[in-house]
Ligand binder design. Structure first.
Ligand code: PMP
Length: 465
């Protein structure tokens, strides 16, 4: 059974360095134990609001009132999957089809769906809390910030809370500019940091061009290329922001010495080093943070997605004491009404308890080894389509022969029981981000399914030639 996995009942304690306050004891009290459903269909579950017989009507409603463009896109692609029941590593279509979630919303479902301890934490929090007041001093925000500081590299010791990753990236960029008084922000070409103001300006023009003019001062360099960064750096640069392993760019794993070089260049020019760990953090790469695997401490670390436990939105911009004078002098210059909502603090603390439990990260590394071996076999079996397997722990991507392959793999996944999505800024790459709590035998089942999916893609490509 995976540490922190679904067969495990909630248990007492587990907060390193805690004096065991009553609050903490209550928070980690016993929860409901569910087991990952090995078999079954969505037909057994009754959580659909309008009835799963009406799937087509739901799609129509979505099209009419949420997004006509998305509905059209999925219709044209032949994808009618509607999230129904969900539990553990699985999601079910409203009409009962079961998929292993190998997308996990980029890490939201690191602990699988509806992890019983995370659900129990929210239930307990609901007994006595609500969102709290973001202007006032908060016990729960303080406790979560303290825990994040304990787990963060270097002297990252302070936290600004947000609701989502984009907002937390915006905060990081504000902090870099506020601290240095400089305008320049360097990011990776084809990288992705969200759709909010500064985050959008740091990302790919594909998402920002229609919204020009963008805030000035943003420049982009090829990711992983220290020489290019060196060229771009000067003393007008406030900050440099990179994902540890850019997901939307195609799970690009940089050279081992890259981040040490980035650190050195930032230090040389007095720029703030920002690392976006929205996808790579919270165990995904086999360490608490992806950047830990490079042995480098940034000045600001951004986390979101997985901190929610898939249950309650939470994002955090964790920053170094050295940057504090700016916010110390301007404590009300940035606020977020829902950022660090107190209910969410309980959820996030439970997520961090699970992550730091003995054996959890070892399990991630063991699973990564299962995938590594499987990928070697897949590379040997599908030389015509599979070009490269990219991997940092369970942050994984399959680079294929051409730009059609990612979308074809996503489609094949629906037939082979795997939810996987391609990298939007390099559609030849399928992103493979399974839940970290998966069992080794389930990882092997994923490899077997990928084998079938790759064979399908190969046939489709062959038929086109
Ligand atoms: N940074 C990265 C690396 C991301 O993958 C994302 C979301 N996919 C974001 C930031 C933005 O997060 P959110 O959607 O929560 O604003």
């Amino acid at each position: 059974m995976a540490p922190g996995g679904f067969g495990k009942g909630a248990e007492e304690g587990g907060v390193a360095g805690s004096g065991g306050t009553g609050w903490r004891r209550r928070r980690s009290g016993a929860g409901k134990t569910l087991s990952a459903a090995d078999e079954g269909t969505g037909g057994e579950f009754g959580m659909s609001l309008v009835g799963r017989d009406d799937k087509e009507r739901i799609i129509e409603r979505f099209s009419r009132h949420v997004s006509s463009g998305k509905a059209r896109f999925f219709r044209e692609a032949g994808i009618d999957f509607v999230f129904g029941h969900r539990e553990g590593i699985y999601v079910w279509d409203l009409d009962g089809r079961r998929l292993i979630n190998c997308h996990c919303n980029g890490g939201v479902f690191n602990l699988g769906h509806r992890h019983p301890r995370v659900v129990a934490a929210l239930r307990r929090a609901l007994e006595e809390l609500d969102i709290g007041n973001h202007h006032l001093i908060s016990e729960h925000r303080a406790l979560l910030a303290e825990r994040l500081a304990e787990l963060s590299p270097g002297d990252l010791n302070r936290v600004v809370f947000g609701v989502g990753g984009g907002e937390a990236v915006d905060t990081a960029i504000k902090l870099a500019r506020g601290h240095t008084g400089r305008p320049g922000i360097i990011s990776a070409r084809g990288g992705y940091h969200g759709h909010t103001g500064f985050a959008l300006a740091a990302g790919d023009p594909k998402y920002s061009d229609p919204f020009r003019p963008l805030p000035p001062g943003f420049r982009q360099v090829p990711f992983g290329d220290l020489e290019a960064l060196k060229e771009a750096m000067d003393d007008s640069v406030a900050g440099v922001i990179f994902e540890t392993v850019p997901a939307t760019l195609g799970i690009v794993v940089p050279p081992e010495d890259y981040f040490a070089g980035v650190r050195e260049l930032c230090d040389r020019h007095g720029a703030v080093m920002i690392i976006d760990e929205v996808q790579t953090g919270l165990g995904r790469c086999g360490a608490v943070w992806g950047i830990d695997t490079y042995g480098v401490a940034p000045d600001i670390l951004v986390t979101a997605k997985g901190l929610s436990g898939g249950i309650y939105p939470m994002a955090a911009t964790v920053y170094s004491d050295a940057l504090n004078p700016f916010l110390d002098a301007n404590p009300f210059i940035h606020v977020s009404t829902f950022g660090g909502a107190e209910l969410g603090c309980w959820v996030a603390l439970e997520v961090l308890d699970i992550l730091t439990e003995e054996g959890f990260l070892e399990h991630v590394r063991e699973l990564a080894a299962v995938f590594e071996k499987g990928f070697r076999e897949l590379l040997a079996a599908h030389p015509g389509v599979l070009v490269e397997a990219r991997q940092r722990g369970l942050m994984m991507g399959l680079k294929m022969a051409n730009d059609l392959c990612g979308p074809l793999m996503t489609l094949a996944g629906f037939r082979h029981g795997i939810l996987t999505i391609y990298a939007n800024n390099d559609t030849s790459v399928s992103q493979i981000l399974p839940p970290l709590v998966m069992e080794a035998r389930e990882a092997e089942a994923v490899i077997e399914a990928l084998d079938g999916m790759l064979a399908e893609v190969e046939r489709t490509l062959g038929a086109q030639e």
